[in-house]
Design a protein around this ligand. Structure first.
Ligand SMILES: C[S@@+](CC[C@H](N)C(=O)[O-])C[C@H]1O[C@@H](n2cnc3c(N)ncnc32)[C@H](O)[C@@H]1O
Length: 244
């Protein structure tokens, strides 16, 4: 991950995307529901106190914090947040409009335990403090399949190493992908980091033997996962925890 975005000196550039401006100047009713660019790095270690729900006891330290990387418009994390009001969720995506929409949906459904971050997943160690995350989810990351693109893959060895300290003692990182070659690349990285990670579960066909797989709905499966299942693609999945 020797990408410049992962350097401490990195600065997000202003964007001409109209949703960049909208996220920077959130209307009163969305304020505090979404953070963008460097604002996602201003409460490292304190995110549990930044949720709308945080003024109540539901923000206590025993409450699990989930982070979903590449959440798109937050279909999965929004549904999780609605179903589990006593857990906290952060959905991260680098698309401006999707993150704005997620904040709007939080408002609409009066969800008080979800924050939407417009940020690059490479910046995770600048957003969260050591041990702050209980569950880190990464579902169907862009596989960057062409040889010249592979350097853009998020889950390379260096990135995996950088996220390990962010997991709590019992913290789990869960990754799903339809892309067999990216999956093998990730497994290789995890095996080379066997001092850091312990593999808890691993399968190259998560829905094998489930004749009802096509009927699975969000949040059990993601938006992309539903399409891949329809296309008959096996879903690869790995769960790891940090070794203490
Ligand atoms: C293939 S889509 C999967 C979306 C969703 N997780 C699902 O399974 O339906 C990948 C998502 O990751 C986001 N993404 C890709 N690279 C990213 C990065 N470096 N930081 C943040 N988001 C990223 C994309 O914008 C896109 O929404």
């Amino acid at each position: 991950m020797s990408r410049s975005v992962s350097s401490p000196d990195f600065r997000y550039a202003p964007s001409k995307n109209i949703y960049w401006e909208k996220l920077k100047n959130l209307p009163e009713d969305l304020r505090g529901l979404a953070y963008t660019d460097h604002d996602t790095e201003t409460h490292k270690g304190e995110w549990r106190t930044r949720f709308p729900i945080s003024s109540s006891k539901a923000s206590g330290s025993g409450i699990p914090l989930h982070v979903e990387i590449g959440c798109n418009a937050g279909h999965v994390c929004l549904e999780w947040a609605r179903q589990n009001p006593n857990a906290l969720y952060v959905g991260i995506d680098w698309k401006f409009k999707q993150i704005y929409r997620l904040a709007e949906k939080s408002k609409k459904f009066q969800v008080r335990n979800l924050l939407a971050f417009r940020a690059n997943a490479d910046r995770l160690p600048f957003m969260f403090a050591a041990g702050e995350i209980d569950f880190l989810h990464m579902f169907f990351p862009d596989p960057w399949p062409k040889k010249a693109q592979k350097k853009n893959r998020t889950a390379d060895r260096e990135w995996l190493l950088s996220i390990a300290p962010l997991l709590s003692d019992t913290g789990v990182f869960h990754l799903k992908t339809d892309h067999a070659e990216y999956f093998e690349f990730i497994l290789e990285n995890l095996h080379s980091l066997s001092d850091t990670f312990e593999i808890l579960e691993m399968t190259r066909d998560l829905h094998a033997g489930n004749p009802q797989a096509k009927l699975l709905t969000i949040p059990t499966v993601t938006l992309f996962e539903r399409l891949f299942i329809k296309d008959g693609l096996p879903i690869h999945s790995v769960k790891v925890r940090r070794k203490s």
